[in-house]
Each structure stands twice: as C-alpha cells, then as structure tokens.
Design a protein around this ligand. Sequence first.
Ligand code: OAD
Length: 244
Amino acid sequence: MFSDTLLARLKKAYTVVVLTGAGISAASGVPTFRGENGLWKKFRPEKLANFYTFSQNPELVWEWYQWRRELIYKVKPNLAHYALVDFENIFPEFCLITQNIDNLHQEAGNKKIIELHGNIMRNKCSSCGKPYEGDFDLKNGIPKCSDCGELIRPDVVWFGEFLPQEAIQKAQEMAMASEVFFSIGTSAVVEPAASLPYIAKGNGAYIVEINIEKTPLTSSADEFLQGAADKILPELVIEINKLR
Ligand code: OAD
C-alpha cells in the first residue's frame, strides 16, 4: 500500500509536517464542511461565520457555535488522531498544522500543533481580543469583555478574517523545512492553508495526500493514499516502526 520511495523517505526523515482538515475528525463523528454530509450544505455557515452577522445578530451566531461545541464535547479522537501522536514521538522534528477547531488533536495528545483557524473551545473579546475560557448560558445574554465592554465571541477565524499572523508564518516556515509533508482529510481549497503543500514541494519535500477522494492537490502530490485516515495512518505507523 505504501511505496518504497515513501518508506525510504520516512526512514531518513528528520522533519515531518502534517496538515489536517475536517476529514480527519470524520470517524469521530464531527461533520465535514464540504462533501455529501457536509455541514456547509445544511447550515450555510458562510452566512453565520462572519463578523457582519455577529454584529447584527450575535445570539444567532452564538447559538450555532454552542450547538457545534456540544456536538464536539460528545466525541472522542479516533485512530487517525492517535497515529499523529505516534508521528510526533517518532520524528525528531514534527509539526501538526490543523485547520480544525475541534480540539481533538490536543485531546489525543499532540503538543506541536499550529491552529490556523482558532479553537471552538476558546472565546475572546470581539474588539480587544482578550481571551476568555469556558462556557456560558445564553439565557443570561452574551457576556461582555471586562476590559472594553464589547461582546465576547468564539475564538475562531470567520469568513473574511485574517488568520493569526504568527500561526500562518510558522506554518509556512515548517512547510519549507519539511522533508515529508502530509495533507490529510482536507479538500485543499481554502487558502492560505491550501498553499502549504506547494510551498513544501517547492522546497523539495515529498508530498503525501490521504483522502477518501481526489482533491485539487492530488495531481501535484507525490503519493495519493486513497481511503479513510483512521485506517491508513495506523497502518503507516506500523510500517514506520519497522523501519526505525
Ligand atoms: P472540508 O469539509 O472542505 O473537506 C474535508 C475533506 O476530508 C474532503 O476532501 C473529504 O473527501 C475528506 N474526508 C472525509 N472523510 C475522510 C476520512 N475518513 N479520511 C480522509 N479524508 C476524509 O474540510 P477542510 O478542508 O478542513 O474554515 O475545510 C477547510 C476550511 O473550510 C475549514 O477549516 C473551515 C472551512 O471554511 C473555517 O471555518 C475558517
């Protein structure tokens, strides 16, 4: 299933970088955004996940995020998440770049994570950015920032917003440094994350894509492993352990 070239690359690799998207959490029961059962189809999140809607109807936006938060509280990391914890232990230099906001990589035990789109479990002030922890009851209204009095919002990136500067910069640096770069469970269409594999490739990395279906990245990948991440990644870890 895995080519000799990939195994040889992984055998000598010092720096391995992984980019993940919603597909890695599919086996945990978190809906993806696009595709057959995608969240986007049912909820048109582009209408909800933006600052304009929040400014007009913060209750509605919060209700949607509380619903997703509750869904995520009920789920657990799957074998794909745990395989990436093994990756972190195996490779001397490792970095996990995720577009996911579901906190499942953290829960599985990865430490070297760059969150490109924030984290649904955290909150921040919508004006000054002061961080706030925990849940609150919407019946009591949306809490306000103790410093500036503006509304508190989920600490996630919305449509039309910039990614956290430090996160994307570090992600680009790691992509450049990678010897093997994995793109896992992402439709590879949302920028700037979608450019990371090309940055890696341009700097000599071997690009491996794991997805149940082809994406715009597939033709540029050195290896396309078609199938579910929770099946392929544990098998790959077994093969890597035989090499090292
Ligand atoms: P998408 O929903 O766009 O894509 C999920 C990808 O996972 C698809 O290519 C599926 O084929 C694949 N997939 C599904 N199940 C899988 C499995 N079991 N194993 C492997 N692959 C599987 O999700 P993302 O690419 O993460 O941004 O979307 C990127 C961004 O779009 C999100 O972070 C979100 C959204 O706008 C923000 O909210 C800012």
